[in-house]
Design a binder for this molecule. Structure first.
Ligand code: IMP
Ligand code: MG
Length: 172
């Protein structure tokens, strides 16, 4: 069995998410952004984040799959669920669980920009830096790690561990 090494407890997560929510609420105080959650990993972070915002928002989802069931990016990114709403002239905020190589981020921004929004920004729960392959512009990050495979709080390994309230390093 792989070992779970604690990274953040749920109280720390709550504080960090609250801080990012206040920053987002300030930055978008004159706007009503469309928040786009990236399925599946972002669903817990997204649901905590939006309940701490003090601005009006609408919520959409996009499905993307880059992994199969392994622990490193295959580089081929597939759209598994298409955005259904009109984004023309909207302020768009993408919400992701983790940025690793950055390939998903770049692909997503390019895809959403093609829909003619007024602005696109990127928010991630975890910014994992060691394996970055492309220049990735992250506007909001709750927590930075250098390395390791992270699970819990929505993040999975082969579909497992998403339901853990705390965040862990998975040691194989
Ligand atoms: P990227 O395209 O390499 O930046 O990978 C981004 C996606 O890979 C994320 O949306 C996650 O779904 C997945 N991923 C990357 N690193 C981890 C990790 O440490 N734990 C869980 N999922 C990860
Ligand atoms: Mg993901």
């Amino acid at each position: 069995m792989p070992e779970l090494i604690p990274v953040l407890r749920k109280d720390d997560i709550k504080k960090k998410v609250g801080a990012i929510a206040r920053q987002i609420s300030r930055d978008y105080h004159n706007s009503e952004p469309v928040i786009i959650g990236v399925l599946k990993g972002s669903f817990i972070f997204l649901s905590d984040l939006i309940r701490q915002l003090s601005i009006p928002v609408t919520i959409e989802f996009v499905g993307i799959s880059s992994y199969g069931s392994g622990s490193s990016s295959t580089g081929s990114i597939q759209l598994t669920y298409e955005i259904e709403t009109d984004l023309a002239n909207k302020d768009v905020l993408i919400v992701e669980d983790i940025v690793d190589t950055g390939l998903t981020l770049v692909h997503l921004i390019e895809y959403l920009k093609s829909k003619g929004p007024k602005s696109v920004r990127f928010c991630t729960f975890i910014d994992k830096r060691e394996r970055r392959e492309v220049e990735a512009e992250i506007d909001y990050a709750c927590h930075v790690v250098d390395t390791g495979f992270i699970v819990g709080y929505g993040l999975d390994y082969a579909g497992k561990y998403r339901n853990l309230p705390d965040l862990y390093h998975l040691k194989f």
